[in-house]
Design a protein around this ligand. Sequence first.
Ligand SMILES: *[C@@H]1O[C@H](CO)[C@@H](O)[C@H](O)[C@H]1NC(C)=O
Ligand SMILES: *[C@@H]1O[C@H](CO)[C@@H](O)[C@H](O)[C@H]1NC(C)=O
Ligand SMILES: *[C@@H]1O[C@H](CO)[C@@H](O)[C@H](O)[C@H]1NC(C)=O
Ligand SMILES: *[C@@H]1O[C@H](CO)[C@@H](O)[C@H](O)[C@H]1NC(C)=O
Length: 190
Amino acid sequence: MLAVLCLIFCCSLSSTSATFVHPGLLHTSSDLARVRRHVLANKAPWNGSWVLLSQHMRNSNYVPRNTSFINCGTVAAGRILDTWSSSLQLINGTSDKYLESGIYGYAFAQSAELLRSYNGWTGLQQFQKMLLEVFYPMNKAFLDHHNGQDVYRYWANWDLCNTASMMTIGVLTDNQTMFDYAYNGEGMGT
Ligand SMILES: *[C@@H]1O[C@H](CO)[C@@H](O)[C@H](O)[C@H]1NC(C)=O
Ligand SMILES: *[C@@H]1O[C@H](CO)[C@@H](O)[C@H](O)[C@H]1NC(C)=O
Ligand SMILES: *[C@@H]1O[C@H](CO)[C@@H](O)[C@H](O)[C@H]1NC(C)=O
Ligand SMILES: *[C@@H]1O[C@H](CO)[C@@H](O)[C@H](O)[C@H]1NC(C)=O
């Protein structure tokens, strides 16, 4: 499992200093530059995917559930993140809440890491706050206590998604301690 995470996070781990390189999660700057080069050169499959994405963004009537906070002038993707980060207070429910905290914490941190260098988005701090207050404590609670169960009670994916969430939140918030804690955690999926 560490090997898989190493592949995912190789960029962050290859650095010997205590600072993360951004963007440094699933996509690095050179990844984005490569995609851009291929789109501009009209090469498949990048060209077709780009057409689909552009059409989707233009035609989409997707509306975030809560629009109490709209950061005027920001892009659609930033608005979705801002709407969530201005609203979400708690993930509650059955033990499945720990799958949500892992899966969505990870996906949210990845999304924000991609947008962070875009100067049309000003919501980074608020988004970091949501991840630190709502998701990170649940990731840590699950990795430390496994919902009050034996460490082997839950399948590996439960540890894995909470580990991945904590690692990505560590990168997004430039917290090496948090990243290392997740990286060195115990459990089936670590
Ligand atoms: C993408 O590029 C390929 C050649 O690499 C071309 O055959 C195809 O028509 C292009 N698709 C679009 C949507 O432009
Ligand atoms: C969503 O927005 C509505 C309308 O502003 C508000 O009443 C509600 O509290 C918001 N939900 C959350 C979870 O913040
Ligand atoms: C969370 O869910 C539990 C179990 O369904 C419930 O007892 C508790 O009141 C909920 N807490 C909040 C703050 O909604
Ligand atoms: C980093 O995260 C740890 C928890 O893992 C926390 O105790 C510490 O205060 C955080 N550091 C900063 C600079 O926020």
